[in-house]
Design a protein around this ligand. Sequence first.
Ligand code: C2E
Ligand code: MG
Ligand code: MG
Length: 628
Amino acid sequence: MSDINEHIGTSDRPKSESDSHHFDATQEDILIVDDIPENLRLLSTMLVKQGYNVRKALSGHMALKAVQTVIPDLILLDIMMPSMTGYEVCEKLKSDPKTASIPVIFLSALSESLDKVKAFGVGGADYITKPFQLEEVLLRVQNQLALRAAKIKNKQLNSELERRVQERTRELEVANEDLTREIGERRLLEDKLLKMAFSDALTGLPNRVLFTQRLEEVLNRANKDSTYQFAVLFLDCDRFKIVNDSLGHFVGDELLVALAGRLEATLLEGDTLARMGGDEFAILLNNIENINTATQVAEQILKALSFPFELKRQKVFINASIGITLGNLNYERPEHLLRDADTAMYRAKTLGKGQYRIFDPAMHDAALQVLHLETDLRKAVNQQEFTVHYQPIVALDSGSIVGFEALVRWYHPQRGMVSPVLFIPIAEETGLINPIGNFVLREACHQLRLWHQEKLTDYPLTMSVNISARQFAQPNLIEQIDQILGETQLAPQSLKLEITESAIMDNATSATAILQQLRERQVQLSIDDFGTGYSSLSYLHSFPVDNIKIDRSFVQRLDVNPDNVGLVPAIISIARALGMSAIAEGIETTEQLGQLRTLNCDFGQGYLFSKPLPAKQATDLIASAPQW
Ligand code: C2E
Ligand code: MG
Ligand code: MG
């Protein structure tokens, strides 16, 4: 062991290999502070032997310096030292957080008066009195070290515990975050599915399901609150099929989206716009004053549709027919509201499209009648309840009959005569027009052939037969005409087919080819009801047409004011310019006849000459060779 004076603050380590207490990092470090070297040596020797790492200090100052380099596990501190007492040293140690927890055992001589209260007061852990009894010193040292170790262990355990609690808390937080995220994602998915179930994929608008739900809500509300008023509008595009067929489905879709936007712009918050499928939309006007609100919205919509849609590649016009029903008609089911709005829409369509109509219960009866008619019409086809009547067509210059128009008649077993104005549209819709039309064509050709054979006139009479849009679209139309002409042996140039402008426009792509084939057979072609439909002059000269039939409505206006001849002269000069002849329909008065003659109209037809007649009477009429 080195001299104490040179080794203050340095450590005495067990040197002997045989010594069981080797120094290692975990070896406890004890600092002994005493101004008497003999005491230091004595204690140090004993503790080193026990395996402790021991450092020594001869004064309080030295001790304070020593603890700065390495913090000892225990300090044995003499009280009575010359420059700084043990109490003072202890106080200093306790006031520094770094050293405050080092246990201090005071050493005091029996001769000195030990102030135990002060010793503990300044933070001492224990005390030993001199002369030392080594066993006692060792015991107290071991006690304090054990206590300190326990404290450290406790602290470690505490911080470990705290760490684990924190870790677990974090884990829980993460789990909680995951759960929250999962719930959020699930909710998003649910929202998405819900949206899909209730909205239209193309326009993003509510669909039929959601709209029906809304209707149920307002019906409930109307039941509870008698002042609450609402209306349902049903809208269907006119001729949307033409857009789809001629411009393609992409343009059709683009148009529907744009249309939805325009419709939405006319509505207020609280109203619901839904796409019901195809080109059909429905609107629920919530909380309205009266029917005027609904008609104003309908008018706004029709006005909004009078401007073209500027799509990506082209401008497109689209019109719509609108049916309105008010929520106060004792409705119970949403379907009934939709049914009636739809019926009113249908009425608007048959009245000429681009209009709105308000539902009234009579329409429902009419719709029911249509249903009955449809059933009866099927039977009529099987039971041959149809006949053909013939109305003469007169050359206005000579005043004699040049031909006839064949007009179908249906004698219903219970209802009697049903007007073609009523049943032709139903026959069109159901496709029954094909067998009916075929019957009329065969019958009329057969009749004309008979008249030709009877030689009632010294010139060949012609026969005009109406061909509806649906018939015109029939792929085997030409074949059927060929067959009937063959069967009846009729000269094709005596046959005139009457078709409307819309029938041509609805089949614009195939029309040219069909008309060309008819021309090759020398079958003539007339545009029926000219001026009431599409009236696009641009197509007229591109189709091989022979005659224009001026609609009755123009002819009847001639009467109202003889000076105001309206559009008739214009139509006649168009016909002239295109090398066609003009036929005036529905001449009822001699004044009309006179004016048409002045205007150089070629032919005329109307009650003034004759109503449509059964074959027998028509034959008699021809035979009487009338002159007007
Ligand atoms: P449309 O082809 O324009 O036929 C003329 C209609 O006007 C006929 O009505 C005729 O009776 C009526 N009419 C003729 N002169 C006068 C007149 O001076 N005053 C008035 N107020 N009316 C007159 P109808 O026979 O009731 O036929 C109505 C429509 O039904 C026809 O109009 C035609 O579009 C359609 N139709 C009639 N028969 C057939 C047919 O066999 N096939 C097809 N596809 N449609 C037919
Ligand atoms: Mg006709
Ligand atoms: Mg007509």
